[in-house]
Design a protein around this ligand. Structure first.
Ligand SMILES: Nc1ncnc2c1ncn2[C@@H]1O[C@H](COP(=O)(O)OP(=O)(O)OP(=O)(O)O)[C@@H](O)[C@H]1O
Ligand SMILES: [Mg+2]
Length: 234
């Protein structure tokens, strides 16, 4: 397999205190290869989103290490952390809503704005990303006015506008009908195949998991299985 782009070891994460204390991750170790597509599956509440947030450097573990391209991320703070996230990652998370009153292209270029890219270049790259997702004609519409599947494609356009190395997707097809879901899936796997973008996908959908190179199963905060999809199908 290719060299790991992410290496995590012994990740633990506890939420809350006292009676509300909950150990969401209880020691997770995992390597993710560059260019790989990885599915993270498991029951509701098992810790999938928690793990994803840690991998994407959106939250910090209580203990354990996360190496990005061999470099320990523990020391990354503030502007450097933001820059690293912005440069390396794209996010397809349902929590990261589109701003409904802003136009589609303004939503797409948000990561570029954060990265300090100038207005004209932002617009050029935003329109190119929308073009890739067959949404160029909606660039000027308010995000609010799009259909569910179109919104999800805008989220993908936003995730790829900064030319990321890794796309993190949490239930990318969860709220979509089957046909639209498979369009969104196809887009993600095309990005993986043709641009070598590493995919890390949390999903409840077995078919989507089966399309990935590999899947890991989390149960109660512990990684219990790591299956190549071919084995999983056997
Ligand atoms: N901020 C928080 N405070 C307290 N507990 C939390 C917090 N966030 C998550 N948890 C708990 O941690 C556990 C793991 O949550 P997580 O969101 O990672 O689950 P998940 O596997 O993504 O579930 P789902 O499939 O429903 O999205 C759950 O039991 C949840 O209730
Ligand atoms: Mg979740």
């Amino acid at each position: 397999m290719s060299t790991p782009i992410l290496q995590v070891s012994g990740l633990r994460k506890t939420y809350g205190r006292g009676q509300n204390r909950f150990e969401a991750l209880r020691g997770v170790s995992l390597d993710i290869g560059e260019g790989e597509s990885l599915a993270i599956v498991g029951k509701s509440g098992s810790g999938k989103s928690t793990l994803m947030h840690l991998l994407a450097l959106l939250d910090v573990p209580d203990s354990g290490r996360i190496l990005l391209e061999g470099n320990d991320t523990a020391g990354l703070r503030g502007a450097r952390l933001n820059r690293t996230r912005n440069k390396t990652f794209g996010f397809v998370f349902q929590q990261f809503f589109l701003t409904g009153k802003d136009s589609v292209v303004e939503n797409v270029v948000l990561p570029l704005k954060i990265a300090g890219v100038g207005r004209r270049e932002r617009r050029r790259r935003g329109l190119a990303a929308l073009e890739q997702l067959d949404l160029a004609d909606k660039a000027g519409n308010k995000a609010l006015d799009l259909s569910g599947g179109q919104k999800q494609r805008v989220v993908i356009a936003r995730a790829l506008v900064n030319n990321p190395r890794i796309i993190f997707a949490d239930e990318p097809t969860g709220n979509l009908d089957t046909a639209t879901g498979s369009v969104v899936e196809d887009i993600l796997f095309t990005l993986n195949r043709e641009h070598g973008i590493t995919l890390v996908i949390v999903t409840h959908d077995d078919d989507l998991a089966a399309r990935c190179d590999r899947r890991v199963v989390i149960r109660d905060g512990i990684l219990v299985e790591e299956l190549a999809v071919t084995e999983a199908r056997a």
